[in-house]
Design a protein around this ligand. Structure first.
Ligand SMILES: [Zn+2]
Length: 312
């Protein structure tokens, strides 16, 4: 349910002014733009959304339509819980001693799996995604779990409809690399965080793995390690939603430090490191081949993911 008090931390995505709500309609106090409330979801999408964002939004929306089936949705969540939940949570849950009364934001939230976990720890959780179908899927899960301390917002993370200094924690799992203007997106991360607030993002690592697999993708199926890593990045970390859509950058650690510093985080408050996630490589049936592939993938030359922990 949308509560009126939520309006206090929302704003116009175009001019960042306060909004008022009347008859399921938000109105900006300055530019007078109007935005709808659809069900319980405010649709606060800027009228000047970048072309590339617009296009990938349409594609994602179509993609998420496929998981509307309830059984499919349940098995997607079960799979995530069994394999990936604990590794991601091991990073997120140690950021604060207590999550009571904290405000958590998940950017590009998709099914919002991490948000649901944080909600059960007492935080108020907000998920933003530009795909309405993704948000409907997230709502399905939240309702099934009986969670009500949440808000889902349809919006563009490059122009977030949130006021400055709102959130204690921000999480983006494989999201910021999909925007042409990475610094711009990270600036938005910085802006909406409270002073002392923490952003945790993960992105594909730029190394031999990413340099090679893109050229081999589809052509050389006999390169199991590279193929596995590519599939791992696209299907598991990016939850299968980014495979052929829009931009996808990979970064070196020093590039990331520069981007986050440029976006407003102080250098001493930026920590970049290897993002430890389960690597299954289950496609490789031969046991000894898998063992070798595992060993190669463990090497930093091939490891697929990096985390960036940044404090405002
Ligand atoms: Zn406005």
């Amino acid at each position: 349910m949308f509560k009126k008090e939520y309006v206090s931390f929302l704003c116009c995505p175009d001019c960042r002014a306060s909004l008022s709500i009347k008859d399921k309609q938000f109105t900006c106090s300055i530019c007078k733009n109007e935005y709808p409330l659809i069900g319980s979801i405010p649709v606060l999408v800027s009228s000047s959304m970048a072309k590339d964002v617009k296009l990938s939004r349409e594609k994602w929306d179509a993609e998420y339509k496929k998981t509307v089936d309830k059984d499919k949705a349940r098995s997607l969540k079960k799979n995530f819980k069994n394999i990936y939940l604990s590794s991601t949570m091991s990073y997120i849950e140690k950021l604060f001693d207590s999550y009571k009364n904290k405000k958590y934001l998940e950017i590009g939230c998709g099914p919002f799996f991490i948000g649901q976990e944080i909600a059960t720890k007492g935080a108020f959780v907000v998920g933003i995604d530009y795909s309405m179908n993704a948000l409907k899927l997230a709502k399905f899960y939240l309702d099934e779990e009986g969670i009500d301390n949440y808000l889902l917002v349809c919006g563009d993370i490059a122009k977030m409809p949130f006021k400055d200094n709102v959130f204690d924690i921000l999480y983006g799992g494989g999201v910021i690399e999909h925007f042409k203007d990475t610094v711009g997106v990270v600036k938005e991360n910085h802006r909406v965080l409270k002073k002392g607030g923490v952003a945790f993002n993960s992105v594909p690592k730029l190394n031999l793995g990413s340099l090679t697999y893109r050229q081999m993708w589809g052509n050389i199926p006999s390169a199991p390690v590279l193929k596995q890593i590519a599939e791992f990045v696209h299907i598991k970390i990016l939850k299968g939603k980014r495979m052929i859509y829009g931009y996808e950058y990979s970064f070196t650690d020093s590039q990331l430090r520069k981007i986050f510093a440029k976006a407003g985080f102080r250098r001493e408050n930026i920590d970049v490191g290897r993002y430890e996630v389960p690597l299954l490589l289950e496609y490789i049936k031969n046991k000894s081949a898998r063992k070798i592939a595992m060993a190669v993938a463990q090497s930093n030359l091939f490891w697929p993911a990096t985390y960036i922990l940044s404090r405002k």
